[in-house]
Ligand binder design. Structure first.
Ligand code: KIV
Length: 271
């Protein structure tokens, strides 16, 4: 039987064992109770309450505006919807970069107020003091390297990162540093597949890729993208498993037409 199926609740230890046994980890984002419940019941291993909520829930152009209070609200809703998967929450921009004391205070708020199981933060060497301090308080931390959307104004583009040797070398040493600091996992976003393979093979902790090829220990997608709710976003790495934009759009058109034509409600739908 698979490691994932043997356990009642996925923990950092389960994820570590899954890597050891070569069992891939499936992770998706969620930001609300109802979606979290569906994807937990479908058997997802990890839910990320991503700061991509800033884009897909609030309609901002970047992940920068979302606040810690907003993330806590989303995480509380998600945690109420799940019973089995591991829930990790993004520390939003500006809540951990200042200093390690601020980072710890933000992580503690997330853990205390939401009931989530860990936090994720973007960056390598620049944030490792904060990561160490959070870990020393017993809070599991997931790292995030490669394309880091909170640094979009520094990068200037959402294109593939670490194609050049210097950036690839820094990413490899950051990955080792995060593992040595005690991170339980590492998201690798939009980097060449060969580099993701090398990093994944150099680490004991699982790597979770998004646009980082098939050799990562798991994969993550933004739920709205893979369900085709956000139907205009079609990067090469995205596989769209449904077209909910069309499903919802046509259901709503049907409803509008039924209301206007007095077809809804009918006799059976009234008291
Ligand atoms: O916020 C998010 O959704 C993420 C994933 C893209 C990994 O960080």
């Amino acid at each position: 039987m698979s490691v994932q199926k043997e356990v009642k609740r996925i923990t950092t230890h389960t994820l570590e064992l899954m890597k050891e046994k070569g069992e891939k980890i499936a992770m998706l984002t969620a930001y609300d109770y109802s979606s979290a419940r569906i994807i937990d019941e479908a058997g997802i291993d990890v839910i990320l309450v991503g700061d991509s909520a800033s884009n897909v829930m609030a309609g901002h152009e970047t992940t920068l505006p979302i606040t810690l209070d907003h993330m806590i609200y989303h995480a509380q809703s998600v945690v109420r919807g799940v019973s089995r998967c591991f829930v990790v929450v993004d520390l939003p921009f500006g809540t951990y970069q200042g200093n390690s004391k601020q980072a710890l205070a933000s992580a503690i708020r997330i853990m205390k107020e939401t009931g989530a199981h860990g936090v994720k933060m973007e960056g390598g060497e620049e944030v490792v003091d904060s990561i160490r301090r959070i870990l020393s308080s017993g809070i599991p931390v997931m790292g995030h390297l490669g394309l880091m959307p909170q640094s979009i104004y520094k990068f200037g583009t959402y294109q593939v990162r670490a194609k050049e040797e210097a950036e690839a070398e820094k990413l490899k040493s950051d990955a080792l540093l995060l593992e040595a600091a005690g991170c339980f996992g590492l998201v690798l976003e939009k980097i060449p597949a060969d580099l993701a393979k090398e990093v994944s093979e150099s680490l004991k902790i699982p790597t979770i890729g998004i646009g980082a090829g098939n050799h990562c220990d798991g994969q993550v997608l933004v739920m709205h993208d893979m369900l085709g709710i956000n139907h205009e976003f079609k990067p090469r790495f995205l596989r769209q498993y449904a077209n909910l934009y069309d499903v919802i759009n046509s259901a709503v058109k049907h409803y509008i037409s039924d209301v206007k034509s007095r077809e809804f409600p009918n006799e059976k739908e009234q008291y």
